[in-house]
Design a protein around this ligand. Structure first.
Ligand code: SF4
Ligand code: SF4
Ligand code: SF4
Length: 424
């Protein structure tokens, strides 16, 4: 069976298909710290793509509350338990070796445990390419179950915790987790499909289901660890997020041929989302593209991390982890890079602070950015160290090299004149 290099795991891994890569890859960064769970993203997707009969329970984009919430319910708890059981059975441990961390090809070290593909192979499961399960109708039914439900630390579960919420970790906590298909580099849905109905586009890495080939066997539903393909009972075939590909192709008249961010990204009220396309190099990894904001956030600053990298699909959705959540939980969810990412976000560098302003500054995809330095406007101490803020200007450029966004670190202030004190 062929092997494929997974840079998020820092090693080669088993994948049922030959390694192949697109020319560029659809990717996104979500800043969890900013999300207010308004569900505008969710409704933007629903009102565009899944408003028809048979799609009532279909939410290609959803926002769930962690640690209890999930759509479908408990999707990640179940997957982690299955992976855990597989490790126990094989007498192995799902550990990371940080001493081998380094460079763009192994930024978080090496994962020494088994991925969902390797766990299925170890169990000699001929009928499955990956460990997984098909959720029940009941599990799909309530996308917002446990919304805003917090948890206390283990020893305080039976009592109220009146300790003040202080960083670096809150004793009682929850956070919002925004999810859509990750358009994975090694999609489990694609590998699982016995009809060959799922494909990854060479131009942008978007993963699609060919509706005319699909026969509704639901293997993709069972084996996508993120549970993002969904079965439609009226057509009896599966459907999934299409990454709003007409917008990515620049077909929306609003952007005059320029690639445009997807519906769920562009609608984000909390300005937590930045989506784009990253260039893929000859070796299948991200080509060095220092001025691309996604490349900077993921590869240079390492402040944005993949969701459950240990699953092994190399997801292309990245998250800036919530600062207040216990670290063991974050390490389980985002891998060993969680500590560094939280530190970097809590005391942002001058460049990071500027790049964070690009989130939702434009509907057009930002391919490059440039920073023009401004004057110092603030000084404080964070974590016992001096921290300074500069009112820099960040400029974003679209695919054709034209400016699409210009934002300053300090938000501009407008004062109403006295004679219009009650109007804008
Ligand atoms: S629109 Fe943005 S802020 Fe609102 S729930 Fe979605 S991701 Fe969060
Ligand atoms: S998230 Fe799931 S559905 Fe999307 S590409 Fe990855 S494996 Fe396939
Ligand atoms: S990218 Fe488009 S299709 Fe996918 S979840 Fe967002 S709005 Fe829906």
């Amino acid at each position: 069976m062929p092997d494929a290099y997974n840079w998020q795991l820092g090693r080669k891994m088993h994948y049922p298909h030959r390694e192949a890569h697109p020319r560029s890859q659809f990717a996104f960064v979500f800043n969890i710290n900013r999300c207010i769970a308004c569900q505008t993203c969710t409704m933007a997707c629903k009102s565009t793509w899944t408003f028809s009969k048979g799609q009532e329970y279909m939410w290609w984009n959803n926002v769930e509350t962690k640690p209890y919430g999930g759509y479908p319910q408990s999707w990640d708890v179940k997957l982690l338990a299955m992976l855990d059981a597989a490790h126990k059975k094989s007498n192995r441990e799902a550990t990371w070796n940080g001493s081998r961390a380094g460079g763009a090809n192994a930024p978080y070290g090496t994962y020494d445990g088994m991925t969902i593909f390797e766990a299925a192979r170890a169990a000699d499961r001929r009928d499955e390419v990956a460990v997984g399960y098909e959720p029940t109708d009941e599990e799909w039914r309530s996308p917002n179950f446990y919304e805003d439900a917090a948890t206390g630390s283990k020893d305080l579960r039976a009592s109220h915790n009146l300790a003040p919420a202080m960083l670096p970790e809150h004793a009682t906590w929850f956070f919002y987790m925004q999810r859509l298909c990750n358009h994975c580099t090694y999609p489990a849905c694609l590998a699982a499909c016995p009809r060959g109905a799922i494909y990854k586009r060479p131009e942008d890495g978007i993963v699609l289901i060919d509706q005319s080939r699909c026969r509704g066997y639901r293997k993709c539903v069972a084996q996508c660890p993120y549970k993002k393909p969904m079965f439609r009972s009226t057509t009896r075939v599966s459907e999934k997020c299409i990454a709003c590909y007409p917008r990515i192709e620049g077909k929306d008249p609003l952007t005059e041929g320029e690639p445009m961010e997807t519906r769920c990204m562009a609608a984000c009220v909390g300005k937590i989302r930045l989506q784009g396309l990253v260039r893929i190099g000859e070796d299948g990894g991200w080509a060095n593209d220092r001025d691309n904001p996604l490349y900077y956030l993921v590869k240079v600053e390492k402040v944005a991390l993949p969701l459950y990298p240990q699953f092994g699909t190399e997801p292309n959705g990245y998250y800036i982890p919530p600062r207040w959540v216990p670290r063991p939980y974050l390490r389980q969810m985002f891998g060993p890079g969680a500590d560094e990412a939280v530190e970097k976000y809590s005391r942002p560098s001058r460049e990071l602070l500027a790049v964070l302003q690009l989130f939702r500054a434009s509907q057009k995809i930002v391919f490059k950015y440039k920073i023009v330095e401004g004057k110092k406007v603030f000084e404080t101490t964070i974590g016992g160290k001096k921290w300074e803020m500069y009112n820099d200007t960040v400029i974003g450029y679209g695919k054709n090299g034209k400016e699409v966004a210009r934002v300053t670190v300090e938000e501009p202030k407008f004062e109403r004149p006295a004679k219009h004190y009650n109007s804008i």
